[in-house]
Design a protein around this ligand. Structure first.
Ligand code: HAM
Length: 422
């Protein structure tokens, strides 16, 4: 009987060797600046109570209304695969009283997120984000620091072709004043039922409507930026001053609407120019009412989520991936059982001091093993044969140019450490 092959679900992104090492590198580099700034890891469940997202992220959003993977678990509870990370962080902070200790609570996370979107290049149904959240301090300096951490992550990848879009959604008073005029303006438009319903939940959503006729209609709409209260305006100006001081350039984009409803105050998006339609490589902002909405105290917060899949695509497009990072330093080819024992011991010693070492396994010919060494991309190759074992000396071959040198097995460690550090 022949079984049918099973395929991965539609729209999921997998990373297999050799690409997976590039993915791993991108993810590590992107989030490294968070730890350097004192953010600590939070590992959270990938599924949560559905209410967390309907209430936290907002029902006017596509993310909640169209894209959630929601199901009933065996106990009849409504469960949703997390479409984003901020709501879960808030839930965990409130549930574990982290907000009763030292503020701000500063955390980072990394993992899979799920949105039932139409798959295309750079847009997946399971994708990866790294993110940070800083909760409990209202200070424009922390807004600037959060943005600077994201920017440093992209710079770590060697990216250049991106820009930072920024705006402010102001405080509650600013948004209330703007809403009155925006609703008046929207009342003059001829909207279909679904759009009108969306506008009633969150009128700002209409700025995000991609249909050309809506884009055209919204050109004359009043902008929130013109309604900022004196305090919100002063705050935002200060954020921009800090960014100037940090030499982080930005583009003011008062029409920017993020896809999640919790945003207030400073909001931003990083946009890459080589990625086509799915150009957003990261985004974030303040969410000053979120904690209260989720049953906690009234504390402010700010954070970002960076798309690891898209950052990798951007690094590929800009050819900024360091190729040599992903290959071994040494490939050992043992011939026979005794040689294998020596190879295992030697490899263990070399790996312990950080020299990436591979061994040719299985009963292969020398020719076959050399092919394996070639394919591995290792920088150096040694053969452990009978004569090498009895003399204790091997030929260390540099694959780049075939250059060989005689080295005592006992001294491989020192010789490699020396040549690899050059
Ligand atoms: P977001 O803008 O929805 O924000 O997602 C952040 C990033 O995740 C996007 O800029 C994009 O790079 C990536 N991304 C989103 N959806 C997909 C997808 N379907 N396929 C591939 N990549 C995707 C948030 O999720 C907020 N939680 C960020 C945040 C944290 N705001 C405050 N704190």
């Amino acid at each position: 009987m022949k079984f049918e092959k099973i395929q991965a679900p539609k729209g999921v992104r997998e990373y297999l060797p050799p690409e997976s090492s590039a993915f791993d590198w991108v993810r590590t580099q992107l989030i490294a600046p968070a730890a350097a700034a004192g953010y600590q890891l939070m590992e959270l469940p990938v599924f949560e109570d559905t209410n967390l997202f309907t209430r936290g992220v907002g029902e006017s959003t596509d993310v909640v209304s169209k894209e959630m993977y929601t199901f009933e678990d065996r106990g009849g509870r409504s469960i949703t695969l997390r479409p984003e990370g901020t709501a879960g962080v808030m839930r965990a902070v409130i549930e574990n009283n982290l907000d009763r200790g030292q503020l701000p609570v500063k955390v980072w996370y990394s993992g899979q997120f799920f949105r039932a979107e139409r798959p295309q290049a750079g847009r997946y149904r399971q994708f990866y984000q790294v993110g940070i959240e800083a909760i409990g301090v209202e200070d424009p300096a922390i807004d600037a620091e959060v943005i600077a951490i994201a920017d440093r992550g992209f710079k770590n990848l060697g990216l250049k072709n991106y820009r930072l879009d920024i705006t402010s959604l102001g405080d509650a008073a600013s948004r209330a004043a703007h809403r009155v005029d925006l609703m008046k303006f929207i009342g003059t438009l001829n909207l279909d039922e679904a759009t009108a319903a969306r506008a009633a939940l969150n009128p700002l959503r209409l700025f995000d409507d991609k249909r050309p006729e809506m884009q055209e209609a919204m050109k004359a709409a009043p902008l929130l930026m013109d309604y900022l209260s004196a305090e919100s305006s002063a705050n935002f100006t200060q954020v921009l001053k800090y960014l100037d001081a940090l030499k982080i350039s930005y583009v003011l984009n008062p029409r920017m609407v993020r896809g999640l409803d919790y945003y207030t105050g400073t909001t931003f998006e990083f946009v890459h120019s080589d990625l086509g339609a799915q150009a957003g490589i990261g985004g974030g902002g303040r969410y000053d009412g979120l904690m209260e909405t989720l049953g906690g105290q009234s504390l402010s917060g700010i954070g970002f989520g960076l798309g690891v899949d898209r950052a990798l695509l951007a690094a590929v497009a800009e050819k900024s991936l360091p190729q040599e990072q992903f290959t071994s330093d040494l490939f050992i080819i043992p011939l026979g059982d005794d040689a294998m024992t020596t190879a295992l011991i030697t490899a263990q010693e070399l790996r312990a001091i950080g020299i990436k070492t591979e061994i040719a396994f299985g009963d292969r010919s020398l020719k076959g093993a050399m092919k394996g060494a070639d394919k591995s991309g290792a920088q150096y190759v040694v053969v452990f044969g009978e004569s090498e074992l009895s003399s204790g000396v091997v030929n260390l071959k540099r694959m780049r140019d075939g250059d060989t040198s005689s080295v005592k097995i006992a001294q491989l460690k020192d010789v490699l450490r020396e040549t690899l550090s050059r």
